[in-house]
Write a protein that binds this ligand. Structure first.
Ligand code: PEP
Ligand code: MG
Length: 565
């Protein structure tokens, strides 16, 4: 049988299934008497201490890894006094400790899960993970433990909690299959950072698979093959060997300065979404090509003030200095909800009052961010850019507000880096078409291919029902990209790509062929893209771009570029 899923970490695995069913606590609804309230509170505190201690041990054991960062985030949530206070209040109102933990953690998790953003929704998974750990501690159960796995297996489970992965020995896990889980979930991040192939969203996988059966996991094409034939077994074994070898080779490029065979230096940059993420990766890249700042505003009740933002931006600028950090101003609204703004529901949120449009409407909020960014700019090499610019009027208005923020700082005697460069995202086709005029008014541009593809092809980027219409390689997208890139290049202005295409192997061939010399991506793509930069036959890539602009279908375009890899 062949089952389909969503690839969350690329690769192929062949091996035995190990189904993992985490312990599910049963919550006793019996209230505690007034006399027992004190003791029940103590029981909660003891469980708290136990979980706290366990997380601290994991952080120590995994110091410097992404897992440690994830568990640090858990510790921060656990240590939040609001949660413990509310739990103790619920116990004071005669709930037993398990009920109180369940109530408080589930309530907060539901609020976070309602935010239509995968990264914020992930915080909900963190809350539910902590809930489970506290409940296990209260029941005196060991909770999740994957350390029992003593031979290499393909792990099959409903969902993987970060705490499960703390005990996981990456050498024993050939692959991961889950029934749910987003590709930006912690499980996916951990799988990718260990290079473990992972396939998510495989419906009822735990029911369909049996322990010990041999399966093939193809997390490139999104296939889980059970009962493989001898031919399939041989073919996939070969494919896997090739892939492993390819990965091995790519890894050797992680620390090289990406330079084309013709001698052009290409900047390989990082996309980051918070002030804590990936700072440890700074030495492997030439800077940050996209710092998505909206996450500072999400998953909270208030707006971050100037001081808080200043501190966070400073931290990021310092971590990457002297390399540039391209900071994108707030890109909220649409699918990214900010509770403090209490925005009205819109019929077409992606076409609505979002990003820069919203910042114009909430000028004070925008000026606060701009002042914080400007002040922090003295601590590094800032490139400032605006999202969702639809035309030159938008750009001019944003630049006027930047001047206003500078004036406000001047009056307070504050300083900023006078060399900061100001640019724009190109993610609305209208702006791409205006590239010849745009180029005269910006220091640089960065193409957001995720939105540019969505708007060019009129296809909702998060709606699975139309995902087959979402084609990065559609000739219309390629022509538009090529026009913007060529226009900027001939004017001698910097242009880069920070959408997902920037870190995609095949797309990078197209972009390099167009003349792009700056690509920004997630950390897992860096080595592979550096290798492509160093080895690609650029003349052929240029010729393929010319041909691609004359093709009729996305399939033809894609295969033309794929052939050069
Ligand atoms: C894009 O649209 O390509 C982009 C990088 O921005 P985001 O994915 O945050 O919308
Ligand atoms: Mg975008």
């Amino acid at each position: 049988m062949k089952y389909l899923g969503t690839p969350a970490s690329e690769g192929i695995a062949i091996g035995k299934v190990f189904r993992y069913f985490p312990y599910i606590p049963v919550i006793d609804p019996t209230p505690v008497s007034d006399e027992a309230v004190e003791a029940e509170g103590q029981r909660y505190r003891a469980a708290f201490e136990q979980v706290h201690g366990r997380i601290e041990t994991i952080i120590e054991k995994r110091a410097g890894t992404e897992q440690a960062e994830i568990f640090q985030a858990h510790l921060d949530i656990l240590e939040d006094d609001t949660l413990s206070d509310e739990i103790l209040e619920a116990i004071a109102a005669n709930m037993n400790a398990a009920q109180a933990v369940d109530l408080v953690y589930t309530q907060y998790a539901e609020v976070l899960a309602a935010v239509q953003d995968e990264l914020i929704a992930q915080r909900a998974a963190d809350m539910m993970d902590l809930r489970l750990q506290l409940l296990c501690a209260l029941e005196g159960k060991e909770g999740a433990d994957l350390s029992q796995i003593s031979e290499p297996v393909i792990l099959v489970t409903h969902d993987l909690m970060p705490s499960d992965t703390g005990a996981l020995d990456p050498d024993m896990i050939l692959g991961i299959v889950t029934e749910i889980g987003g590709i930006t979930s912690h499980s996916a991040i951990i799988a990718r950072s260990h290079g473990i192939p992972a396939l998510f969203d495989v419906e009822n996988a735990c029911e369909k698979l049996a322990d010990g059966e041999i399966v093939i996991l193809d997390a490139r094409d999104g296939i889980l093959q059970t009962e493989p034939t001898a031919e399939q077994f041989v073919a996939y074994t070969e494919k896997k060997q090739q892939l492993d070898q390819q990965r091995e080779e790519e890894r050797t490029y992680l620390d090289v300065a990406a330079t084309t065979r013709e001698g052009d230096r290409v900047s390989v940059l990082l996309n980051i979404g918070s002030a804590d993420e990936d700072l440890d990766f700074a030495s492997h890249v030439d800077g940050v090509g996209l710092f998505r700042t909206e996450f500072l505003y999400m998953g909270r009740e208030d707006l971050p003030d100037e001081e808080e933002q200043y501190r966070l931006y400073k931290k990021v600028f310092e971590a990457f200095a002297p390399n540039p950090v391209t900071l994108r101003t707030l890109d909220i609204g649409g699918d990214k909800e900010v509770r403090a703004l209490d925005l009205p529901k819109e019929e077409n949120p992606f076409l609505g009052n979002r990003a820069l449009r919203l910042c114009f409407e909430r000028e004070e909020m925008f000026l606060t961010q701009l002042r914080a960014v400007l002040r922090a700019s003295v601590h590094g090499n800032l490139k400032l850019m605006f999202p969702m610019v639809s035309g030159l009027e938008d750009l001019r208005r944003a630049k006027d507000l930047l001047e206003k923020a500078k004036e406000q700082l001047r009056q307070k005697g504050e300083t900023w880096n006078p060399d900061l460069r100001v640019g724009t995202m190109i993610e609305i086709p209208a702006l791409a078409v205006m590239a010849d005029l745009l180029v005269k008014e910006v220091d640089f541009a960065s193409i957001g291919t995720n939105d540019l593809t969505q708007y060019t092809l009129a296809v909702d980027r998060v709606n699975p029902a139309v995902s087959h219409y979402y084609q990065n390689f559609n000739p219309a997208v390629i022509r538009l990209l090529n026009y913007a890139v060529t226009t900027f290049r001939s004017a001698g202005k910097d242009i880069s790509v920070c959408g997902e295409m920037g870190g995609d192997r095949i797309a990078s061939v197209a972009l390099l062929g167009m003349g792009i010399r700056s690509l920004s991506m997630g950390r897992s793509s860096v080595a592979a893209i550096k290798k492509i930069v160093c080895t690609l036959d650029m003349e052929q890539a240029r010729r393929s771009v010319e041909s691609a602009c004359g093709f009729a279908t996305a399939a033809e375009v894609k295969s033309t570029f794929q052939a050069l890899l």
